[in-house]
Design a binder for this molecule. Sequence first.
Ligand SMILES: CC(C)(COP(=O)(O)OP(=O)(O)OC[C@H]1O[C@@H](n2cnc3c(N)ncnc32)[C@H](O)[C@@H]1OP(=O)(O)O)[C@@H](O)C(=O)NCCC(=O)NCCS
Length: 242
Amino acid sequence: MSRWKRVVSEVRADVAAARDRDPSAQKVSTFEILSSWAGVQALLAHRVAHALYEAELPFLPRFLVYLTRSVTGVEIHPAARIGREFFIDHGSGVVIGETAEIGERVTLYQGVTLGGTGFQRGKRHPTLGDNVTVGSGAKLLGPIAVGDGAKIGANTVVVEDVPPGATVVGNPGHPVKVDGRRVEGPDADWIHLPDPIAEAIKTLSQRLAELERRLAELDGAESPDPTAAELRERTGRSSAGG
Ligand SMILES: CC(C)(COP(=O)(O)OP(=O)(O)OC[C@H]1O[C@@H](n2cnc3c(N)ncnc32)[C@H](O)[C@@H]1OP(=O)(O)O)[C@@H](O)C(=O)NCCC(=O)NCCS
C-alpha cells in the first residue's frame, strides 16, 4: 500500500512541477493539466509502470509503456528511476532507457534521448543529478554522469560526464559556462565554431573583388564598389536572450 501512496504523492509533485515550470500552465486546473499535458501523462503512467515493475508483475508494466508511447510519443522504460518534481515539456519524442537515473526537479524538453551507445549490457544509460535542464533534441548517450544544476543546450550530443553547474552545447557537447561564468582558455570557445563553407565563399568573393578592381584599372574604368561582392557579418538579435 505504501508503494501506491508514494505514487500518488509523486504524481501530485509532478503536476505542481508542470505548473511551476511551464509558463503556459500557470492558471490551468489540475484536471486540465492531467488530461492535456502529454509530458505529465507520460510521467504519471511511468510512476504506475515503475511501481508494477517493482512489484515484479509480468507483462503489464511494458504494455503500459507501449500504450503510453502510442498516446504521448514518450517512451520511458519501467525500470528507469526518476526523482520527484520531474517535468517533460511538450512530451513528444522523449526516450528514457532502462538504467537511466534522474534526480529531483529535472526538466526535459521534447526530443530528448537518455540512451545507450550500443549493445552493451548492465548500466548503460545516463545518470542526471538534481535541477538539471536538458534542451529539445539533446542526446545524452552512455553511462555518463550529469552534475547537479547542469544545463544541456538544445540539440547537444553529450557523451562525457558533465560537471555540476555547467552549461554544455555543441556536438560533441562541451562546457561553455560553469556556475554562470564563461570557461576560459584557448580551446574553450565551442560556440563560435568556424564555418568552412562561409570562409571559402568569403575568400572567393574577395578574390573576385580584387580581379574586378584590376580589370577596371586595365580598362581605365572606375573600380566597382568592392563591398557589393563581399560577405558582411551576420547582424540581428540573438535568440540566446531568452
Ligand atoms: C543552453 C541553454 C539552457 C542556456 O543556458 P545558459 O547557461 O543560460 O547559457 P547562455 O544562454 O548564456 O548561452 C551561452 C552561450 O551558448 C550559446 N548557446 C546556447 N544554447 C545553445 C545551443 N543549444 N547550441 C549552441 N549554442 C548555444 C549561446 O548563444 C551563448 O553564446 P554567446 O557566448 O555567443 O552569447 C539554452 O540556450 C537552451 O538551449 N535551452 C533549451 C531550451 C529548449 O529546448 N527550448 C525548447 C522549447 S519548445
